[in-house]
Design a protein around this ligand. Structure first.
Ligand code: F6R
Length: 366
């Protein structure tokens, strides 16, 4: 059942070229280009004209929502908010008729997310569910949605569901941006192609497996980790830190790289590994200067970079390179080494990576 892998987590990490492909298949045709998503198509007009979009989710799914916020605002020019379902449901939020609420959930059973959309539905919002488990409660309460088709995720820490959520949310954004005209036809075309190329590029990232295993051995005894990113890679940093906490019980924090100087930089010394998610994008120069700030304080730098980057390897202690990709789709690549790093540090510490202590696969209590 583990398909020759030692753990479900590793199997599911390695399944990602296929799960992302399955998610795109039958929906994305990069040649036309065209994106067909029947559930979303039915509500396309309402989504295009929505005064705003609110994404509600928890944990890893919330991180996917944060990336989607940047993608939707960029391509659709519709204001997006991302909320923890637990906060949203209890704070009497303003929800108006016509608002679009997107619930993102692997299990489709997370209690806080479910109640959040039930409440919003009563207020006249349109509810879209981006869910992995077919027929789950969140899927049933939603007006429409799109399944992530990642297959059963057994490892408690979410991996393949996350990249599938990103693939679906990106397709929704491109589709709406294209329909609305806020995304030029050239850009739509280029991004469809970029998306179609992702499964193959994920395959290439997975070939870094041994290098990441070696990194894990080197850093497994660190007491704390910091994960930093900017732009589309900021939520990837949050997700990397969450994976490490769950799987290895090492304290880790994710931050927007530029926030460092507003406090957390006080933590940096020669014992602190700092993971930079620093693939080539519009923020590249900025993150290089954040890296210099860490280096000046003797922090150990591990950087996820784009192949061919000549600058960062001169600054970082260790680098893992991923193939070049448009910044909008890059998180589906940059997160993979972070999943593997958490996995291999967990293994190096002899922990139960598939069933970390205190965690449950779906959180059906509030
Ligand atoms: C992290 C993780 C959790 C879930 C969260 C939401 O690896 O698995 O943080 O992402 O409990 O669960 P779903 O997506 O099922 O609503």
């Amino acid at each position: 059942e583990k398909g020759g892998y030692e753990h479900f987590m590793l199997k599911e990490i390695f399944e990602q070229p296929n799960t992302i492909y399955d998610c795109l298949r039958g929906r994305l045709d990069a040649n036309v280009p065209n994106i067909v998503m029947s559930g979303i198509d039915k509500y396309a007009q309402q989504i295009m004209n929505a005064p705003r979009i609110i994404i509600v989710a928890c944990g890893t799914s919330w991180h996917a929502g944060l990336i989607a916020e940047y993608i939707i605002e960029e391509t659709c020019r519709i204001p997006v908010e991302v909320e923890y379902a637990s906060e949203f449901r209890y704070r009497n939020p303003v929800v108006n008729k016509g608002d679009v609420i997107i619930a993102v959930s692997q299990s489709g059973e997370t209690a806080d997310t479910l109640v959040a959309i039930e409440n919003a539905k009563e207020k006249g919002a349109i509810i879209l569910g981006i869910v992995n488990v077919v027929g789950s409660s969140i899927a049933r309460v939603s007006h429409a949605g799109a399944y992530t088709h990642a297959g059963p995720e057994i490892g408690v820490a979410s991996t393949k569901a996350f990249t599938a959520q990103l693939a679906v949310l990106t397709m929704v954004a491109l589709k709406i941006g294209h329909a609305k005209g806020s995304l030029s036809i050239e850009r739509f075309q280029a991004l469809c192609k970029e998306l179609a190329d992702i499964p193959e590029k994920v395959e290439l990232v997975l070939q870094q497996n041994e290098a990441i295993k070696a990194l894990a051995k080197k850093y497994k005894d660190a007491r704390d980790f910091l994960y930093l990113g900017r732009g589309y890679n900021f939520p990837v940093a949050l997700e990397g830190a969450l994976k490490l906490k769950e799987i290895t019980y090492i304290h880790a924090e994710g931050y927007a790289a530029a926030e460092m100087k507003h406090g957390p930089i006080a933590l940096v010394d020669e014992n602190l590994p700092v993971v930079f998610v620093a693939t080539k994008d519009a923020y590249h120069e900025k993150i290089v200067s954040n890296m210099q700030e860490i280096k000046a304080r003797k922090g150990k730098i591990i950087a996820i970079i784009t192949e061919g980057d000549a600058v960062i390897p001169t600054l970082a202690d260790d680098v893992i390179a991923v193939p070049a990709a448009d910044e909008i789709v890059a998180p589906m690549l940059s997160v993979i080494p972070l999943q593997l790093l958490a996995y291999y540090i967990g293994i190096a510490k002899d922990l139960d990576v598939d069933k970390p202590r205190n965690l449950a696969k779906s959180v059906t209590v509030e």
